[in-house]
Every structure is written in structure tokens, then in C-alpha cells.
Design a protein around this ligand. Sequence first.
Ligand code: FPP
Length: 246
Amino acid sequence: MTQDSISSSQTPRHVAIIMDGNGRWAQNRGLPRAVGHRKGVTALKNAVKFCKRRGIPILTVYAFSTENWQRPATEVRFLMELMKRTFSTELEELHREGARIRRIGDTKGLSDDILHMWNEAEARTADNASLLLNIAFNYGGRRDIVLACRQLAQLAAAGTLQAEDIDEDVIQNWTMTRHCPDPDLLIRTAGDMRVSNFLLWQIAYTELYVTDVLWPDFDDDTFAQALADYAKRQRRFGRLNDTDSE
Ligand code: FPP
């Protein structure tokens, strides 16, 4: 089967990506890490267009984790500035592509101008329906779960929620991705076999795909390979296949 003949039922509805390897990409070329991050923005724009062409309606990318604050202050500053610059130069193109931008992540720790920028981007693209682009920024999977627990505890303390009514759907409804289904496919670039505190609740049954390709080199072919691999997977969600004997 060619990659282009994969039927839509085999196409993931929601792809999540850990965009790793910007630093290594730059260092391999004797360039500052910042160059790798800039190249990473180009790779992200390309991935957005690819999703649109291939009929993938939801893309969630890990742009800045709760742990990334521990990087050197100059790199943190650069990533914040890059985010601002990217929105000022690329937002209109993303808007024309029909992408609806949503930030997922904690607001605590983000400066007012960064928050303002996110709010503007979300408002500008709010009516777009070609692609939902969730950008995880100041995001951590554990933080996501902690904040959901806190909300539930407050409801319980106020008497509006009974402990025995808390189930998986209730928790899901308080996660930062409550507006979309769980990812079908999680891609990680740059070869490391870990999930790095990304979408921990949401990836319970997500298919994982790790490629050695560094994020700035992630192109249509690499994305298509991930989709072709996904199309071969048998998703059982903990059950047996119909054809499995007892
Ligand atoms: C991981 O590479 C990448 C990041 C921490 C930043 C990801 C950001 C972008 C792709 C660009 C900005 C995104 C938007 C939405 C504007 P790394 O630095 O950990 O690479 P390394 O593991 O090789 O050091």
C-alpha cells in the first residue's frame, strides 16, 4: 500500500508531537542552539500544512515544558522571544490556513505580554475549523493532572461534587485537553524513548512512534512514514481482537 492510499479510517484524528532535537541539529552544524529552534518553527509550519493536506484535524505540539524553565536563562528568554516573534510573523499565515490555535499549559509563570499574545492568537483564530492546533506551552502532564485534581477538590469542598461521582470522564473534563479527543498517535523526534511529562493522562492508549530524525529535519516524508506505520497498528485498547481465540 502506498502512503497516499491509506484510507481515512487509518488516518489519526489527533496527532501529538514532541518536537525534540533542535539543539542537536544546530550543534551538529557548529551553530548556536537558537538557530535550531528557528528552524524548528519552519518544521512546525510545514507539519501544520501537512496535517491539513492529509485530513488530520487535530495537532498538538510540545513547545515549552514546565521543566524547560530550568534551561539557561538566555535560552529561556530566547524561546519566549521566539514565540512572540513567531506569532507576529506567522499568525496571519496560520489563520489563512484555517488553523485554530489553542494554548494548553499553566498560566502561572508566564509574563503578561506572553499571555496577551496567546489570548490574541486564540481570539484571532477562534472561528477557524480546518485544523485545531494545540500548542503546549508551560505545559507538564503532571501539572495538568494536579490542576484538574485541585478543581475537583474545590467542587467537592463546595458540596457540588461527590467523591463517588469522580470517574475518568469527570477527570478528562478538567484536563487542559477537555476540548478534544485523546491523541491517536504520539510522534517523538530525535530518538529518545520517553514521553517527558507530555499529555500523561491523555496518552493511555495512544500509539507511539519515535524517529531518529531531528525536529528541524522533520519533513513530509518523515511524517508520512509515521502515518504509514500507524496505519499498520492494531489498536485494541486493552481488548482482544475479534479473531483472537479464547
Ligand atoms: C526541543 O529541542 C525543542 C524545544 C524545547 C522547543 C520547541 C520549540 C520549537 C520547535 C519552536 C517554537 C514553537 C512555536 C510554537 C513557535 P531541544 O532544544 O531539547 O533539542 P536537544 O534535545 O537536541 O537539545
